[in-house]
Design a protein around this ligand. Structure first.
Ligand SMILES: [Zn+2]
Length: 363
C-alpha cells in the first residue's frame, strides 16, 4: 500500500501503558491525487481543485454564466479545468476525478441532464458527461467525469465533519431560498437512482390539498411549502393577528433571513411561520424514515441557519409521528458547512471516495 504512496509513514509511535511493540504510524498522502469540483449554478460556474485530503489548492475560479447556452457552459467547464491545472501545477495524471454538479433532474449513470431547473432555454436530455469528456481530450486527462444534481455532492461536505463518521446511512436535505434537494449516502456512497429522482425530497408531496404550486407542476411539494416565497405569503396572511410582531412594529423587510432572526429573538409571528416549516420538514423526514430509515438526517444550506428552536421543533414533530409509539428517530442536525469552498470540498470528496472504491479497493 505504501508503495503506491497513498499513505506515508510517520515513523514509530509510543507504546501503550501496558507496554508492547511500538505502533507504526501513517497518514494519508495529500499529494497522492487531486480532484476537480465544478458547480454549474444559475448565475455562475465555480470550480476548484483539492488535494487527496480534500483541502483546496488555491482560490476557486468563477465564471459568469447567467445567459450561457449549454455549449458555452461546456466550453467554460473546459476553461476552468485548464486554468485549475495550470495554476495548481497538479500533473494531469494525478487527477482522480472531475465532479460536475448542476440543478434539476440528472441521470448520474448515463451522465445526462434530463431537465435543468434554472436553465429554461436548455434542451432536455443533454449528454453533458460525454460532451465535457470530449472537450477535455485536449488536456490528456485520464479520469472519471461525474455528473449529478449538486445537492447530492453537497451531502458529502458534511461527511468531512467528524461527528458524522459514526453513521452508516445519512440523509441530507440541501435548501436554498427557492430549491430543495438532497441525498441518501450509505457507507460513503450515493444510493443508486433509476430515473434521477433519488434525493429529490423537494418534490415529496407533503400536503396534496395545498394551493401552493411547485415549479415541478404539482401542489404541496416540500420545496414550495418551505420556500422563502411561501414563508412571506404565510407572514402576510398571519401578520394582522400579531400586532406586536417586529414585522408590524418596524419596517423590517419580510424575507427568510429576517424571519429566522426574528424567530431566534422569540418573535411570536416568526416562530409560528418557522413552526409550520418544521412541520413540513418533519413529515418529509418521517416519510424518508419509512423508505430509507437513515441513522442521521442533516439539514444543509439556508435552513441550517434557522436555529436550535427550529431543530427542536422538527425533532419533536418527527417523534410524535413515530409509528406504533416506538421512540426511534434518526439523529437530526443542522449542517455546520457554510461557504462555497466547503461545498466544493463535498464535490471533491465524492470523487475521491469513488476513486478509492473503484481503483484501489484494497483499502
Ligand atoms: Zn415539486
Amino acid at each position: 500500500m505504501e508503495q503506491r504512496e497513498q499513505i506515508v509513514s510517520l515513523g514509530k509511535g509510543t507504546s501503550t501503558s501496558e507496554g508492547g511493540k511500538k505502533p507504526e504510524l501513517f497518514r494519508l498522502n495529500s499529494e497522492y491525487r487531486y480532484a476537480i469540483a465544478i458547480d454549474i449554478g444559475a448565475e455562475y460556474l465555480v470550480g476548484a481543485i483539492t488535494n487527496f485530503s480534500c483541502e483546496l489548492i488555491g482560490e476557486p475560479i468563477y465564471k459568469n454564466a447567467t445567459e450561457a447556452t449549454y455549449e458555452e457552459t461546456v466550453q467554460m467547464i473546459y476553461e476552468i479545468v485548464e486554468m485549475l491545472l495550470r495554476t495548481s501545477e497538479a500533473a494531469t495524471e494525478s487527477i482522480c476525478g472531475i465532479t460536475l454538479g448542476c440543478d434539476g433532474i440528472v441521470d448520474m449513470d448515463k451522465g445526462i441532464i434530463s431537465c435543468s431547473a434554472h436553465k429554461k432555454t436548455w434542451a432536455k436530455n443533454l449528454k453533458i458527461r460525454k460532451d465535457v469528456a470530449e472537450k477535455l481530450k485536449k488536456l490528456d486527462l485520464n479520469c472519471e467525469v461525474y455528473v449529478d444534481n449538486g445537492c447530492r455532492y453537497i451531502g458529502f461536505a458534511d461527511l468531512l465533519c467528524t461527528d458524522t463518521r459514526q453513521y452508516q446511512c445519512i440523509a441530507t436535505i440541501y435548501t436554498t431560498k427557492e430549491f430543495l434537494g438532497g441525498s441518501i449516502i450509505q457507507k460513503g456512497h450515493l444510493l443508486k437512482s433509476a430515473n434521477g429522482f433519488m434525493g429529490e425530497f423537494g418534490h415529496n408531496i407533503i400536503d396534496p390539498k395545498s394551493k401552493v404550486r411547485c415549479e415541478c407542476g404539482n401542489y404541496g411539494c416540500l420545496e414550495a411549502l418551505v420556500s422563502e416565497k411561501n414563508l412571506i405569503q404565510i407572514l402576510n396572511e398571519k401578520r394582522v393577528q400579531y400586532p406586536d410582531s417586529i414585522f408590524n412594529t418596524s419596517d423590517l423587510e419580510a424575507d427568510m433571513e429576517h424571519i429566522f432572526a426574528a424567530a431566534m429573538e422569540k418573535d411570536v409571528l416568526a416562530g409560528k411561520i418557522l413552526s409550520e416549516s418544521a412541520e413540513y420538514f418533519a413529515i418529509s423526514i418521517h416519510n424518508m424514515m419509512m423508505m430509507f430509515d437513515p441513522e442521521m438526517v442533516i439539514i444543509q444550506g439556508e435552513y441550517a441557519r434557522a436555529g436550535e428552536d427550529f431543530l427542536h421543533e422538527i425533532c419533536k414533530r418527527v417523534t410524535q409521528l413515530n409509528v406504533f409509539g416506538l421512540d426511534r428517530i434518526p439523529h437530526i442536525s443542522l449542517s455546520k458547512v457554510r461557504n462555497t469552498e466547503d461545498l466544493l470540498k463535498g464535490y471533491a470528496y465524492f470523487s475521491i471516495l469513488n476513486y478509492i472504491a473503484e481503483k484501489e479497493p484494497y483499502r
